[in-house]
Design a protein around this ligand. Structure first.
Ligand code: F0G
Length: 422
């Protein structure tokens, strides 16, 4: 196991704590997988009572960095539900759609998978303090895992730009919270500088150990599909950690002989926060950071740190990148919510983007698609209220306005008639 620079190829020992190569390039972990692994090993652990076997991350430990068991901080995470919803497949225009709900992780987002690995690495390497910049989900996950690890945490968030639920969670778990006068990209730059200046252990997805844990979304998903492969995996893209991890997961699964042909990967961005989409459209010849604006606050990111790794994912899978407007992603969210599943706005880019890619002919109508939902509905109830009760809600067919009545059966009767027609 070693760290390798994605730009210049320089190698470092895997126990060295560093955010980037000396040349500034991103680091990747090469686990050195050379012999085939049998999926039976992972299947036998399902339902097991062992602490690590119960985690939907550590169950796949042969495909993860080695960390001593007593340093491992696990809640446990992963093992999220996979929803096979015909109505949403129909709405998107594909034959079969399964949605992997990563918002069902312990702190309500997919971040917990990467966090269990990186926080454990931080504990193992004796970190004094851990830090991250965040649009809210990473900060909640960092604060929780740091508390469990017994390590102090400090998080940098754009002031006024993260949802109340995410801020509340992070406050509750006891992190020191630094609100930045600026956006996520400014917070990200500052935390990286602070990490270098003060030797703070950085828990953003620039940290290759975060990416390692994040890979297990795919392992968990394939295991639920009894190791059958979807044609496409579709997911949101913000800072591009998750998209990067998918590519790394596919490389490792191929090295372990578990996967012959990778599924194709589609990354969906909000139209107002779409530097990766623009780079994709240029054939990855240019990459221009932008000032980001979208209702999906989790992915309001204009200068994603993991660009180079995510580019690899698209290239090795012959993938695609798409954008969706705020209206498109909010309508898709209303569909997912109404189906009884629910997710936060950023997650709904998955369904909205899938629908567009089918309409554009990129994804065939007979495709089997796995979509990733990254965050829980409860993470952003402001967005729910705005959509259903706020400006323009009268024109939205899916708007669901509560009604106010006197406590009488007469008053209730009118409401009941409408309710029965839903
Ligand atoms: N969906 C949700 C719910 C997120 O919170 C994020 C990122 C993404 C999608 C995008 O994932 O960054 O790996 O491309 N949230 C980060 C945070 C930036 O700070 O919580 P990505």
């Amino acid at each position: 196991m070693l760290l390798r620079c994605m730009e210049c190829g320089r190698e470092y020992p895997a126990n060295e704590v560093r955010n980037r190569c000396d040349c500034g390039g991103l680091l990747d972990i090469d686990l050195g997988i050379t012999s085939p692994l049998a999926t039976d090993l992972f299947d036998q652990r399902l339902g097991g009572r062992g602490r690590l076997d119960q985690s939907g991350v550590w169950r796949f430990r042969e495909l993860l960095p080695t960390i001593p068991g007593d340093a491992i901080v696990t809640k446990p995470e992963g093992n999220t539900n996979l929803y096979d919803v015909e109505s949403l497949a129909r709405w998107a225009g594909v034959e079969r759609l399964v949605l992997k709900h990563e918002g069902e992780n312990p702190t309500g987002s997919f971040k917990d998978r990467g966090m269990t690995v990186a926080a454990s690495h931080a504990k193992w390497t004796g970190a004094r303090i851990v830090a991250c910049a965040s649009t809210g989900n990473t900060s909640a996950s960092v604060a929780s895992y740091a508390a469990l690890a017994g390590v102090p945490s400090i998080v940098f968030v754009p002031e006024g730009k993260i949802s109340a639920a995410k801020l509340g969670q992070t406050i509750a778990y006891g992190a020191t919270i630094v609100q930045i006068r600026g956006d996520f990209d400014a917070a990200m730059k500052l935390v990286e500088q602070a990490s270098d200046a003060y030797g703070i252990y950085l828990l953003n997805s620039i940290n290759p150990f975060r990416m390692e844990g994040q890979k297990t979304i795919l392992f968990d998903l394939l295991q639920q599909l009894e190791w059958a492969l979807p044609d496409w995996v579709v997911l949101p893209g913000g800072n591009l950690g998750n998209s990067s991890a998918l590519g790394r997961a596919l490389i490792d699964l191929q090295a372990a002989g578990i996967l012959a042909e990778p599924p194709r990967v589609a990354v969906i961005q909000a139209a107002g926060a779409s530097p990766f989409y623009e780079a994709f459209r240029s054939g990855f010849r240019s990459f221009e950071p932008m000032e980001a604006e979208t209702v999906a606050s989790a992915i309001r990111i204009g200068n994603p740190v993991s660009y180079a790794r995510a580019r690899r994912t698209i290239e090795i899978t012959n993938g695609a990148v798409e954008i969706v407007s705020d209206t498109e992603l909010l309508d898709a969210k209303a569909m997912i919510d109404r189906a009884g599943i629910g997710c936060e706005p950023a997650s709904a880019t998955t369904l909205a983007g899938l629908r567009k890619l089918v309409q554009a002919g990129t994804i065939a109508p007979n495709a089997f698609v796995a979509g990733i939902l990254t965050g829980n509905l409860m993470k952003d109830t402001e967005a729910v209220i705005d959509y259903h009760l706020g400006a323009g809600s009268d024109e939205r067919p899916l708007a669901n306005k509560p009604v106010l009545i006197d406590p009488t059966l007469d008053a209730l009767e009118g409401v009941l008639a409408g309710a029965l027609q839903r």
